[in-house]
Design a binder for this molecule. Structure first.
Ligand code: MOS
Length: 687
């Protein structure tokens, strides 16, 4: 019997709790005897702390203590993140100031207001040193950046192919610092239960965060317990062990009582993470018929010397189009800035802006339909790897998207469509995003009342993971969803991948499917626990990606430079869709993120002070409701071979491609290329 919960559009299980206000986020959970910590951030960009005069605040009302580098617990310097050792986690360990916004103290008091008042009054003096926060691609301290997934490639003879090309586009594209801007600010409440560190924290993966916290505090993994019931978005900024958790844990240990640390909105901007600025020179050469001969893409991005991180802008360049020669290389430029981290389609989103803008410029110079240019360069195998694609439905996305959008009637010449005083244009972009699964464990217990308790250390960031995994478990056990009791959001539930890298659902579905199959084999009795580490090793080598095509229609007011997106349409190939309602919501959210990136988002850093000066939602613009037009998103039939249920990730691909589609539409409307994001009014007017 199959019950068929997968593929059915179901609303969020926790929807009623959220809209009635009974759902508790990390800062809402009531705890007896709670004290509050307020964080003090460095106001200088580089230098050393000269003094922190704690005596000035220790007698203020309610103040329980001040923790700074002189009295903080020594953390284990070996703690790291996904990219390696992470000095960004080493809070309050010395007097060195590596960037403006670095936490320098935590003031703890009986109430939040008392803690904030004392934090604001705390005198901190610094010995300032000269800083460097100005990012340029040819910065003398630039160095090669690479990881296993982002190694430089040099396939074929790029120089010779460019020389032999009928048309060469040679341009550079820039994207600014961008901030995740999740609705819920980062918050943690920590307390010590005997020898065990307990915490309720806002993060993307309680197990991964617990492992990092255990290392930092030199504890066994069984001595750390993290819960993350409801999370109001993360977009990558909650993928690591956040400053709120480290500081709350330090304070709880020192005061021997529960301490809550909630960052202010400004502190989320200044002290969590950001997408680094990028500067991406590209050269693409093609024959007169549009067949690519070479792609050369050598982006630079900024980092902090504190923490390794790779903005993998060349991911799409290696996989999207067939070309006999492809060369990519990434350069990291260390500066005195907030350590960057993965944000909303890391690497792929800024990289796609460069690659897909350049492809549009190539179509322009060839006098070709940009859609036809993409179709003509569809690869048979991985253009660099030579590996077969597991499956590849980019063409289906492009064709079906073009049909629904009405692309066929487009006149490809720019600046021809007017409506009253407005210029009107359309544009498209093709995208991919790498897919796969990471090891996770799941356990299922058959309960006496006929229900099944399904436990997995997954997280629901508001995307619908709870709802999707309930359906997956029901089908795996061949029962109705009402017989599934899902437990997630708890590091005690065993190793599990985070809600990150667009691999949450794939990784968790794998573990739950295996556990469900075993449970049925043993007659739906007792408990089974599986860990997919072994199973994942058996996957054959294939290029695995999600794909999409994004189409945009914009109006541009030539008098004011205002760009309005009028229509967005995305067709997606993301494997089997577990819940069409949630998946559609997620890719639409991603497309809005891409719209926001195209038109609004820009962290502004004052070169004199080195400080980020628009660290709030008045100065840092994100797309609001009125910016978001008619958006359509749908899925082409797709199934990922070798992965249980044929699932791939839908988490980030919506963010990828949208900015280029909009920039290309702005060119089509105005005849002027926008090679720097965001497409601000002044940039449109200058054009
Ligand atoms: Mo994501 S940017 O992998 O949370």
């Amino acid at each position: 019997m199959t019950t068929g919960a997968i593929g059915v559009a179901r609303p969020r299980i926790e929807g009623p709790a959220k809209v009635t206000g009974t759902a508790r986020y990390a800062a809402d959970v009531p705890i007896e005897g709670l004290a509050f910590g307020a964080v003090v951030l460095s106001t200088v960009t580089r230098g050393r702390i000269r003094d922190i005069d704690t005596s000035a605040v220790q007698d203020m009302p309610g103040v329980l203590g001040v923790i700074d580098h002189r009295n903080a617990l020594r953390l284990n310097p070996k703690a790291g993140g996904f990219f390696g050792p992470d000095g960004g986690l080493q809070l309050l360990q010395d007097e060195v100031i590596p960037f403006a916004g670095r936490p320098v103290a935590l003031v703890v008091a009986e109430t939040l207001e008392q803690a904030q008042a004392a934090a604001e009054a705390l005198p901190v003096t610094y010995d300032e040193e000269p800083h460097d926060t100005e990012f340029t691609a040819d910065h003398p301290s630039g160095r090669p950046a690479m990881t296993l997934f982002d190694e430089p490639v040099n396939a074929g003879d790029v120089e010779a192919e460019l020389a032999a090309s009928a048309v060469v586009v040679e341009e550079r594209y820039r994207t600014p610092e961008e901030h995740h801007s999740a609705m819920e600010p980062h918050s943690a409440t920590a307390w010590w239960d005997g020898e065990r560190l307990e915490a309720v924290d806002s993060n993307q993966g309680p197990f991964v965060v617990a492992a990092a916290l255990a290392t930092l505090f030199s504890l066994g993994l069984d001595q750390v317990h993290i819960r993350t019931e409801h999370v109001g978005g993360g977009f990558g900024s909650k993928g690591l062990c956040g400053p709120q958790l480290i500081l709350a844990a330090m304070a709880a240990l020192r005061l021997q009582r529960p301490v809550r640390v909630t960052l202010t909105r400004a502190q989320v901007f200044l002290a969590t993470a950001m997408r680094p600025a990028t500067d991406q020179p590209i050269r693409i050469g093609a024959d007169a018929d549009g067949r690519l001969r070479a792609i050369w893409h050598e982006p630079a991005f900024e980092i902090s010397p504190l923490a390794e991180y790779i903005e993998g802008c060349t991911e799409l360049t290696k996989t999207l189009y067939a070309a006999p020669a492809i060369r990519t290389r990434l350069t990291a430029v260390p500066l005195d800035i907030l350590p960057p981290y993965s944000m909303r389609g890391p690497g792929a989103a800024p990289g796609s802006f460069a690659l897909e803008s350049a492809m549009d410029e190539l179509a322009e110079r060839l006098g070709m339909d940009p859609l036809e240019l993409r179709l003509r360069n569809e690869p048979v195998v991985g253009p660099v790897s030579g590996l077969p694609f597991s499956n590849r439905n980019l063409v289906a996305c492009l064709r079906e998207g073009a049909r629904r959008f009405g692309w066929g009637t487009r006149d490809h010449r720019p600046r021809l469509r007017r409506e009253g005083s407005l210029l009107v244009g359309t544009g498209l972009a093709a995208t991919s995003f790498s897919a796969g699964a990471f090891p996770s464990s799941a356990s299922i217990t058959a309960e006496p009342d006929g229900t099944f308790t399904v436990a997995i250390g997954a997280t629901d960031l508001g995307t619908g993971a709870r709802t999707a995994l309930t359906a997956v478990a029901a089908d795996a056990l061949a029962v109705g969803t009402e017989r599934i009791r899902l437990r997630i959001s708890d590091s005690d539930l065993g190793p599990a991948w985070s809600a990150g890298g667009s691999r949450g659902t794939t990784s968790w579905v794998w573990a739950i499917s295996e556990a469900g199959a075993q449970m049925r084999r043993q007659g739906c009795r007792g408990t089974v626990t599986v860990d997919t580490t072994q199973l994942l090793g058996d996957l054959p080598s294939r290029e695995r990606h999600s794909y999409s095509a994004v189409f945009a229609e914009v109006t541009v007011d030539p008098a004011t430079g205002e760009v309005r997106v009028r229509r967005l349409l995305g067709m997606f190939a993301v494997g089997r869709v577990v819940n069409p309602l949630m998946a559609r919501s997620q890719v639409i959210g991603g497309m809005i993120g891409g719209l926001s990136m195209a038109l609004h988002e820009e962290g502004i850093r004052d070169p004199v002070s080195g400080r980020h000066v628009n660290a709030d939602f008045a100065g840092y613009h994100i797309a609001a409701h009125a910016d978001v037009p008619d958006i359509e998103a749908d899925f082409v039939p797709d199934y990922e071979p070798g992965i249980p249920l044929g699932v791939k990730g839908a988490g980030e691909i919506g963010n990828v491609g949208t900015a280029a589609a909009i920039a290309n539409a702005v060119w089509h409307a105005t005849g002027v290329r926008q090679r720097s994001l965001p497409i601000r009014l002044d940039r449109v007017l200058e054009g």
